[in-house]
Design a protein around this ligand. Sequence first.
Ligand code: GUN
Length: 296
Amino acid sequence: MAAEIIDGKQVAEQIRRELAQEIADFKARSGITPGLCTVLVGENPASVSYVTAKGRACEELGMRSIHHALPAETSEANLLKLIDELNRNPEVHGILVQLPLPDQMDESKVLFAIDANKDVDGFHPVNVGRLMIGEEIFPPCTPAGIQELILRSGTPTEGAEIVVVGRSNIVGKPIAVMLLQKKPGANATVTVCHTKTRDIAAHTRRAEILIVAAGRAKAITADMVRPGATVIDVGVNRVGITSSGKPKLVGDVDFDAVKEVAGKITPVPGGVGPMTITMLMKNTLKAAKLAVDGRC
Ligand code: GUN
């Protein structure tokens, strides 16, 4: 029997409806409109489309969106100066510097410069530390979206064998930490596989929940999946152009084959992607509450 498809777009829309109400309530109560500032250095086409989608989502939910586009050759000092201004600007509650940055910039230094209380990406070392000890304010958006999809798909996590493929700072490491916490929606036994793992399939075949952020199309084939598993595909790989001239996207999982083995599976596009931006909106509202109420 083919797997149930986890519709990320539908789940994201449901959460956005809930958020729109919370944002309206916050604005009515405080007289303040939550504001997100996105910063893009250069013109990487994928980054341009992500940042555009983030700005649009903000406006649709009744929040303010501010955008700064800097040329690819901008110096690190100039970017740090802009971040300093945004840190001090009371209308800016959340700051997002789109990654990757050009080679002349030290990514860690840039992320460290963002006020931790405006770091809606959750990438500042203080927020990474808070996440590690289970006291996060801003859970990183893609892992938060993955956790929400697992929960809302009705897949239990407590005591479950969860395997994460990929160890990036943006997805692999934080989702592993989040699912390990002594909390509802977590409490799992988590294994993280990576490029130096000796036998990835031996691990993935044991997974009741398999989360794939490997960065490579067809990294997971049907023989690597435990029958009935919930499979969350975080990959976005461009593999040519569709008939309408848009980039054709696939995940890291061989979807057509794996859906015949898995119990539940997220598609690409329409799985994790819409959730990431929704979680960013949630963090932006939290940042505004933190600024206004001193807590969120
Ligand atoms: N580049 C790819 N994903 C992300 C993300 O979640 N946040 C930022 N700032 N840049 C990214």
